[in-house]
Design a protein around this ligand. Structure first.
Ligand SMILES: [Cu+2]
Length: 450
């Protein structure tokens, strides 16, 4: 009897939960209403079967419960029931699967007028490539990937020269135009999913997969890597901004082509040394940092990372948050580097400075910290040396008070929260694995030993 009541309770609770729960499909922003329809249909079929089966079970338990003097009749075969159950089950399964086949046919048939965008996944970020005026993408090969050719484009292929490169996690798309997204991975399995567009597809190293959709609503939609296997895929976020046709064209015009990207001038450290004199007051003659002025060590950090931080400060992506008191001191300094090549020059000079050992001011437990560092090392390198390919800066040699403050800033959303801070957001998510003050001290103490 108790079991029967529990079953009835389960059915009622499930139905009520379904009706009042806030967790349902996000409002759709693409042409794929057919996918929603198949999901609803599956829900109805499985939902009705769930209710019917459990209520029937409860009924049978009550109706045929054990009673003094009665005995169950043994009836192993019943053709009529078997036929009826087979037919009903077949109809139910067919009702769920048949519409799915029709929708799947639409999913794999890309409309002719669709324009093409390539989305490239790597641990742990997205970049994008669009065909240039010739309408054709050049050939690529993961073996051609270098720091100056992060997309691995074949430099001898004429089709690739005018390919438009979007070296950012942010892609714009024009509204109401079908788009075919080619999916390519540089390293491991990834998964491209945008819930509001109802699209989701794996990226498989060595092959190109695809999906298509038509964005139907302007706005900003998050790209998620929904790959489960492997490390840190949840930090791999991107963004699709659906624009009017004019706004889209304007954005497109600002993106460099492959041949333009090959002409970027390298920084000049001698020019940079002159500019650095105005930084030395806080960061020290040798870029060694200064705790009383809260200025971090800069010596030996990758020029690409220094340059990115300086342009973040200039654009207000870092150092603008009202609680970022130290970043606010730095931001006006970055604004002084206004000449076209100033940032590249000063960054090249800073990289050439010699980085001394780190000081231990926090006294955490490095052994405990080492346990936490395992995940950090996948981006920042096993010995904290940094990894340009992953955009993760050098940590080894940095002052522990500065590292701790940055981790606190990330945890509190003082740093990494700005919409355009596509690399900082990875740290915003990662910093949450460090639960308390002690964990922060321990990990910084461990980084000190690197
Ligand atoms: Cu991924």
């Amino acid at each position: 009897m108790k079991i029967a009541l529990a079953l009835i309770f389960l059915v009622v609770l499930s139905v009520v939960f379904h009706l009042v729960s806030p967790w349902y499909l996000t409002p759709i922003a693409s042409n794929w209403t057919a996918i929603d329809d198949t999901i609803s249909l599956t829900f109805w079929v499985t939902g009705l079967v769930f209710i019917a089966v459990n209520l029937f079970l409860a009924y049978v338990i009550i109706r045929y419960r054990a009673r003094q003097g009665t005995k169950a009749a043994y009836e192993p075969e019943n053709k009529r029931i078997e036929i009826a159950l087979t037919v009903v089950t077949t109809l139910g399964v067919a009702a769920m699967l048949a519409p799915g086949l029709i929708v799947w046919d639409e999913v794999i048939s890309v409309p002719e007028e669709a324009h093409v965008v390539e989305a490239i996944g790597q641990q742990w970020q997205w970049t994008f490539r669009l065909p240039g005026d010739d309408g054709q993408l050049g050939t690529v090969d993961a073996r051609l990937v270098t720091v100056t050719n992060p997309f691995g484009i074949n430099p001898t292929d004429a089709n690739g020269q005018d390919d438009i490169l979007v070296d950012s996690n942010e892609l714009h798309l024009p509204i109401d135009q079908p788009v075919k997204v080619l999916l390519r991975s540089k390293d491991v399995l990834h998964n491209f999913a945008v819930p509001q567009f109802r699209v989701k597809m794996d990226l498989v190293p060595g092959t190109t997969t695809y999906l298509w959709f038509t964005p139907t609503r302007k706005g900003s939609f998050e790209i998620l890597c929904e790959e489960l296997c492997g490390l840190a895929h949840f930090t791999m976020r991107g963004r699709i901004l659906v624009d009017s046709a004019e706004d889209y064209q304007q954005w497109l015009g600002q993106q460099p082509t492959f041949s333009q990207s090959q002409q970027v001038v390298a920084g000049n450290p001698e020019q940079g040394q002159v500019a650095y004199t105005m930084c030395a007051g806080c960061h020290g003659q040798q870029g060694e940092g200064n705790q009383t002025l809260n200025a971090p060590k800069l010596a030996g950090m990758g020029h690409w990372y220094i340059a990115r931080q300086l342009s973040y400060y200039q654009q207000g992506i870092r150092g603008r948050h009202e609680k970022d008191i130290y970043g606010q001191q730095m931001a006006p300094m970055a604004a002084l580097l206004a000449q076209p090549n100033a940032i590249a020059d000063v960054s090249a000079y800073i990289q050439s400075l010699d980085s001394g050992p780190a000081t231990d001011t926090l006294g955490g437990d490095p052994e405990r910290g080492q346990g936490f560092y395992y995940t950090c090392g996948t981006c920042h390198g096993a010995v904290g040396q940094g990894n340009r390919g992953l955009n993760a800066p050098r940590l080894a040699g940095q002052h522990d008070w500065y590292i701790k403050r940055q981790l606190q800033n990330f945890k509190q959303g003082i740093r990494g929260k700005h919409k355009q801070d596509v690399y900082g957001v990875q740290m915003l998510l990662m910093s949450n694995i460090l639960q308390d003050e002690q964990a922060l001290n321990d990990i910084t103490s461990y980084i000190n030993t690197l």
